[in-house]
Structures are given as structure tokens and as C-alpha cells.
Design a protein around this ligand. Structure first.
Ligand code: MTE
Length: 322
């Protein structure tokens, strides 16, 4: 897995040592750009089904932070998307093989109006907003990302959940033939990637389904064509390339919780006071802030969104419900 000194990692295996760990950043960046270019040339023409980056018109949102966004280069080249490998540069190099058009999102379970949305129709019929959010990965790094998306609550209302629906379960596409990481004989996770939210978390105005970033449709490595963004939770809650959303009565299983229940909880709210068993969560490294002497930033409760979301967890022991 590609990481910098001082970062924690979700898991670590000897086979995960990436060139970025043993090569200076400038050198591997150049190599990576070259590889991405070569892969792009080889695939252009061969992949007519790939949704090309298209501009998206979006309204500005009062929910945006005024912090400086992380560069587009960093947002789209330093990723976690294990279906395409465990290295930080694997998704940018390999996720081009994912066919994102046509694409449908099935919404089912405890709803009055189950539906299957074609991605283009869903985008066209949604009120898109630009939301510049602070994002904090459980591994100890953070970014500021100008997402384009729409409130998850808008979709929830369209399908009319029944009173018995208490949670929302999400599922990523499962396509071994398009996902080299899923073909691995030593699977890192139990595929497909699954995630979940309590219904009130899903309905919270900060929770969005993102379909773009930096004013254009999502690059595949960031979860094209549609992914979840919950800015007060660790990044692994933000499930990518969603094909199914189900309304359920019981707390659904989540991929990282199944993999290591002591390390990754269902709630995964950003919390500087509750350490990961193997590392502290008190500080973070902002991607793009290079240099030997750049200080790590303090991590904020609920990633700085406590005023808006802390009430969702009133009376809960956040050490127990991590
Ligand atoms: N979704 C799927 N399907 N597979 C993944 O491996 N990784 C998660 C999350 N969503 C992941 C995923 C993790 S650990 C993080 S930090 C974020 O995606 C990273 O999102 P980004 O690459 O767009 O910054």
C-alpha cells in the first residue's frame, strides 16, 4: 500500500510495499503520470463505453468549507479503491477498465416505490450542488474535495421508505472481469464492498451522493459514476461505484467491519479522542502539504462538522459505538 511515513494503513502486508515508499515522490509521480498516459493511449478506442469526463452544472452550497481544495492531481491520483489494488496509485492506473455506462442503481427493500435509476436520468433529474468538504481517511490523511452531487435525502424521499426502514445498505458493483483487485487469489475484502448508514444519517443534509468533482463527472478512481460522501465519517464509509441501495430494518454489514471488527466500527465518526487500536487519530496529514517540517494538523471531532451532526449521537457512548 502506498503511504508516507507517519500515516497509518488499513492493513499491511509485505506484498503491499509500493514504489512510493522507496522512491522519492517527484520520481514516482513522473513515472505514474507516464504510466497513466501509456495506459490511456492503449485503452482509448478500446473502451467506447467509458463515460468521458463531462462538465456538470451545479449550484454553490452554503455547506461548503472555505478551506483551500486539494489539487485535482492529488484528489485523482492518491486513492483507496481496493477493487483495483491496494496501492494508492493503483486506482488511477487501473480503474479505467470499469465500464460506467450504461449504469443503473437499484433502490429496493423497505420502500413504497422501489426503483431502478439509469445514471444519466438520475443526474438529470437531481438538483446538483458543489459541496467543498473536508475528507478524513481512517489512515491519518485528509483532503478538501470539491464534490458535485445531490442530497441523499432527495433520493430517499423519491422511494418513500416504510416506517420499518431503519438503515440504508449500499453495495458497490461486483465485476471481477473489470476489477483486477477482485480477481486476486488472496482477497483483501469480502466482495462486493458494502456499507451502511442509519436512516437519519442518510437523511442528514450533509450526506450526499456524489456524481462529480472539480466540476466534471467523477473519474473512475474516485468512484464513478456515483458514490457516497459523508464528511463527518472516516473515508471508508464513502462507498464507491454504487449499484444498489437497500432500505432495511437491521444494521447492515459493512466491509471493513467484517474484515476487522475491533478496528473499524459501523459508525466510524471521525473522533480524535478514540484511537485506532494500532495508531492515534489525534492528528492528520493534509495531502499536498509537502515538506519535512510541515506539521500534522489536529483532527477535529466529527471532522469539524460537530455543530451539525453531534446531536445525531446524543446519549451514545462514542467509545463503544466507534
Ligand atoms: N469503495 C469501494 N468500493 N472500495 C474501496 O476500497 N475505499 C474507501 C472509500 N470507498 C473504498 C471505497 C476508502 S478507505 C476511502 S479513504 C475512500 O473511498 C477514498 O475515496 P477517494 O479515493 O475518492 O479519496
Amino acid at each position: 500500500m502506498g503511504f508516507k511515513r507517519g500515516d497509518a494503513v488499513l492493513i499491511r502486508r509485505p506484498s503491499d510495499i509500493a514504489p512510493s515508499e522507496i522512491t522519492p515522490r517527484e520520481v514516482y509521480l513522473n513515472r505514474r503520470q507516464w504510466m497513466a498516459g501509456a495506459a490511456g493511449l492503449a485503452l482509448a478506442g478500446a473502451l467506447p463505453f467509458r463515460l468521458e469526463a463531462a462538465p456538470l452544472t451545479a449550484a454553490k452550497s452554503a455547506f461548503s468549507t472555505d478551506e483551500k481544495p486539494t489539487s485535482r492531481e492529488d484528489v485523482t491520483s492518491y486513492n483507496n479503491f481496493y477493487e483495483f489494488g491496494t496501492g494508492k496509485d493503483d486506482p488511477a492506473a487501473r480503474a479505467k477498465s470499469l465500464k460506467t455506462s450504461p449504469w443503473t442503481v437499484k433502490v429496493d427493500g423497505l420502500v413504497g416505490k422501489p426503483a431502478e435509476f439509469g445514471i444519466e436520468d438520475l443526474i438529470k433529474s437531481s438538483a446538483l450542488e458543489e459541496r467543498i468538504y473536508r475528507m478524513r481517511c481512517v489512515e491519518g490523511w485528509s483532503m478538501v474535495i470539491p464534490w458535485v452531487g445531490f442530497p441523499m435525502a432527495d433520493l430517499v424521499k423519491r422511494v418513500e421508505p416504510l416506517g420499518s426502514a431503519k438503515y440504508v445498505a449500499f453495495e458497490t458493483a461486483y465485476r471481477p472481469e473489470e476489477m483486477p483487485g477482485v480477481q486476486s487469489v488472496f482477497p483483501v475484502l469480502d466482495w462486493p464492498y458494502v456499507e451502511g448508514l442509519r436512516l437519519d444519517e442518510a437523511m442528514h443534509p450533509l450526506t450526499i451522493l456524489a456524481v462529480g468533482l472539480y466540476g466534471e463527472t467523477l473519474p473512475n478512481q474516485n468512484g464513478a459514476p456515483i458514490r457516497l460522501v459523508v464528511p463527518w465519517k472516516y473515508g471508508f464509509k464513502g462507498i464507491k461505484s454504487i449499484t444498489r441501495i437497500s432500505f432495511v430494518e437491521k444494521q447492515p454489514e459493512t466491509s471493513w467491519n467484517k474484515q476487522a471488527p475491533d478496528e473499524y466500527g459501523f459508525y466510524a465518526n471521525v473522533n480524535p479522542n478514540v484511537d485506532h487500536p494500532r495508531w492515534s487519530q489525534a492528528t492528520e496529514r493534509r495531502i499536498g502539504e509537502g515538506g519535512l517540517f510541515v506539521k500534522r494538523r489536529p483532527t477535529l471531532p466529527f471532522n469539524g462538522y460537530a455543530d451539525q451532526v453531534a446531536s445525531l449521537y446524543a446519549g451514545m457512548d462514542l467509545r463503544k459505538f466507534y
